[in-house]
Design a protein around this ligand. Structure first.
Ligand code: RRO
Length: 308
C-alpha cells in the first residue's frame, strides 16, 4: 500500500492535501469542517489585526475554467484565529496560521502577537493579496520583501513561511529565490491567485469590486502554478519546503505539483466548488496513479520532473 505521508520542517502530515487560505477557513464552522475532513492539515483565512468585512458582493464568481475573486480580506481578526487554534493540538502535525498586515507595522504587530500567544505551530505570512485597493502586493517588491523578512527574523522564531504571488520571468524567480535563501524560512507557498484578471459575461464584469478586476484561480492557472513550484524547487535551499497551490481539481494535478517539487498541495477554487469531500477523491485518484506507476511514497517522484 502506498503512503501519502509528507512533512514540512519538523512537522509531519498523514497526507499531502489541504485547503488554500481563503477557502473554507473563515469561521469556526468552516474550520471545523476542514478538521473533520480527510485533509492532512488546514490553514486559516489570512488574518489582520482587526476583523474586516471585505469588499462588496458579488466578490467571488465560479467561471467555466476556474474562479475570479476580489474578497478584500474578509476575516474575523487575529484574536479569533489564535483562540481557535488554542483548541487544536499542535503536535507532530501543525495547522497553519495565515497572517497579513496592511502595512509593515501591522505585520510586525501581528507576528509579535503570534509569538507571545500560546500558538507555537506553523505560520504563513501572506505577501500576495491582490485585492486591496491602493495596496500593491508586497511579493512583487523584491527589495521590500528582503527588508520585511530581515526585520521579522530579528525577533520571530516560530516556523514561518511566505505565500507568494505568481512570477512570470526567470529573472524574477532568480531574484526572489536569492532573497528567500537568505532567511531561515520553513516553507514557501506558491502561488496565490493571478492578480487583477477581468472576466466578462455578455457586456458586464463578473464581480463588483474594482470594476470587475480580481484574482484568477482554478484550471486557468495550473501551468503558471506548476512553473512557479518547479522554478522555486530548482532555486531554493533544500531546507525550505515548497507548498504547491493553483489549479488542482484532480489527483493528476496533485501528482504534477509533487513532481514539480511540492511537499504539500493546497486546494482553492475546487474546494470552494466541491466542498471538503474533495480531499477523499483527490487522494484516491493520486493513490491510483502511484499504484499504476509503482510509487510507494511521495519521495519516489517528488521533484523528479523529466526534461526532453
Ligand atoms: O481576500 C482576498 O481578496 C484574497 C486574498 Br487575502 C488572497 O491572498 N488571495 C486572493 O485571491 N484573495
Amino acid at each position: 500500500m502506498s503512503t501519502l505521508k509528507t512533512s514540512i520542517g519538523n512537522f509531519q502530515f498523514d497526507t499531502c492535501v489541504m485547503n488554500a487560505s481563503g477557502v473554507h477557513c473563515y469561521d469556526q464552522s468552516e474550520l471545523d469542517g476542514l478538521r473533520a475532513s480527510s485533509a492532512g492539515t488546514f490553514v486559516t483565512k489570512s488574518a489582520t489585526l482587526q476583523p474586516r468585512e471585505g469588499n462588496p458582493t458579488p466578490r467571488y464568481k465560479p467561471v467555466p475554467l476556474g474562479s475570479i475573486n476580489s474578497m478584500g480580506l474578509p476575516n474575523l481578526g487575529i484574536d479569533f484565529y489564535l483562540d481557535y487554534l488554542k483548541s487544536v493540538e499542535v503536535g507532530k502535525s501543525s495547522p497553519f496560521l495565515s497572517v497579513t498586515g496592511l502595512s509593515r507595522e501591522e505585520t510586525h504587530t501581528l507576528l509579535n502577537k503570534v509569538q507571545s500567544s500560546d500558538y507555537d505551530g506553523l505560520v504563513e505570512l501572506n505577501l500576495s493579496c491582490p485585492n486591496i485597493v491602493g495596496k500593491p502586493q508586497l511579493g512583487y517588491d523584491i527589495e521590500g520583501v528582503k527588508k520585511l523578512l530581515t526585520e521579522v527574523f530579528a525577533y520571530f522564531d516560530q516556523p514561518l513561511g511566505v505565500k507568494l504571488p505568481p512570477y512570470f520571468d526567470l529573472t524574477h524567480f532568480d531574484q526572489m529565490a536569492e532573497v528567500l535563501n537568505q532567511f531561515p524560512l520553513t516553507f514557501v507557498n506558491t502561488v496565490n491567485s493571478i492578480g487583477n484578471a477581468l472576466y466578462i459575461e455578455d457586456e458586464t464584469v463578473a464581480i463588483k469590486p474594482k470594476n470587475g478586476f480580481g484574482g484568477l484561480g482554478g484550471t486557468y492557472i495550473k501551468p503558471t502554478a506548476l512553473a512557479n513550484v518547479h522554478a522555486f524547487y530548482q532555486r531554493l535551499k533544500p531546507s525550505i519546503a515548497i507548498i504547491g497551490t493553483g489549479g488542482v481539481t484532480s489527483g493528476r494535478d496533485v501528482f504534477e505539483h509533487i513532481l514539480c517539487g511540492a511537499s504539500l498541495v493546497q486546494i482553492g477554487t475546487a474546494l470552494q466548488e466541491e466542498g471538503p469531500a474533495i480531499f477523499d477523491r483527490l487522494q484516491a485518484e493520486l493513490l491510483e496513479i502511484m499504484t499504476e506507476k509503482g510509487y510507494k511514497s511521495l519521495d519516489d517522484f517528488r521533484g523528479k520532473l523529466q526534461y526532453l
